[in-house]
Design a protein around this ligand. Structure first.
Ligand code: CP
Length: 310
């Protein structure tokens, strides 16, 4: 899985159905599914949720996993992505889970290694497994945990994605995936973090710069972290940002008292949202993390079923 663009309601339904089946399967039986299969996790950027849940997912299916991270490997000595991938393949890896700081890196790795690659986040481009676990979280709350989805399963649902849209692969993957299932996506943030160009996200996606108005329309409020590591010279007045876009208990009570609050993490308490909101009754942030393991089991199984291409 490189991108959500290749997904259809049918393929999403299959992933959701397998996620639930694997989640409920007897752990001893589940661990036979990919017994002795080898999966490499190749991480060029830091990660807590994605790395750990992919690893737990692969191990839960019985696979052997190896972690290679840029700080403790020969990547530090200048080895290229292609050569690292070929080395992992020579060592027996049958699939690679890749997080990389460059957009498009998973496509290069798949082309060069001919192995199934799972995109665990590429630069500012996509984070497809995050969008799928976000979808599963929304379905659990809004559609009774539906697993079979169609082009109108999320009709009537508005998801307000707010914050650093410009640098967010999570925002892009959600903005590409959710409208395929009928949802309306409203992007909200200041011009510095949400240029007008963001309308390129496509059908079903709109911009609303007024946070209060975005909240009033939303059944789901997805807050994003300001990615300080990618700001590179961009001037942003954080106090002004907080005054206009920080999600507080008072704002939620006034404008979206029933909305589900989501955040891909890591959260920065006191910046994009308050600690009270993160820990509050409308927050599904830790549920998202839990859905990640089931979704990633389905994705790892799918990748290994596809097998080596050449
Ligand atoms: N949501 C997410 O990608 O978190 P990590 O960076 O911790 O993996």
């Amino acid at each position: 899985l490189l991108s959500v663009t290749s997904l259809t309601p049918e393929s999403v339904s299959h992933i959701l159905t397998r996620a639930t089946a694997l989640e409920h399967e007897d752990p001893l039986e589940r661990a036979k599914r990919l017994a002795k299969r080898r999966i490499a996790l190749l991480f060029y950027e830091s990660s807590t949720r994605t790395r750990t849940s992919f690893e737990l997912a692969a191990k839960g299916l019985g696979a052997d996993t190896t972690l290679v991270s840029s700080l403790s490997s020969s990547i530090e000595k200048g080895e290229t992505l292609k050569d690292t991938g070929l080395t992992l393949r020579a060592l027996g890896a049958e699939a690679i889970i890749l997080r990389h700081n460059s957009s498009g890196a998973p496509w290069l790795l798949e082309r060069e290694t001919k192995l199934p690659v799972l995109n665990a986040g590429d630069g500012m481009h996509e984070h497809p497994s995050q969008a799928l676990l976000d979808l599963r979280t929304m379905l659990a709350h809004l559609r009774g945990g539906a697993e079979t989805v169609t082009a109108d399963t999320l009709a009537g649902v508005t998801v307000a994605i707010t914050g650093d849209i410009l640098h967010s692969r999570v925002a892009r993957s959600n903005a590409l995936l959710l409208p395929k299932l009928g949802a309306r996506v409203v992007l909200c943030g200041p011009k510095e973090l949400l240029p007008d160009l963001a309308t390129e996200a496509g059908p079903g996606v709109e911009i609303e710069r007024d946070f209060h108005k975005a909240l009033e329309q939303a059944q789901v409020v997805m807050m994003l972290r300001i990615q300080a590591e990618r700001l590179a010279g961009l001037q942003l007045d954080l106090e002004e940002y907080k005054a206009k876009y920080q999600l507080t208990e008072a704002l939620l009570a006034a404008h979206a008292p029933k909305a589900l609050v989501m955040h891909p993490g890591p959260i920065i308490r006191g910046l994009e949202l308050t600690g009270e909101v993160a820990d509050g009754p409308q927050s599904a942030i830790l549920e998202q993390v839990r859905h990640g393991v089931a979704i990633r089991m389905a994705l790892v199984e799918r990748a290994l079923t596809a097998g080596v291409k050449a």
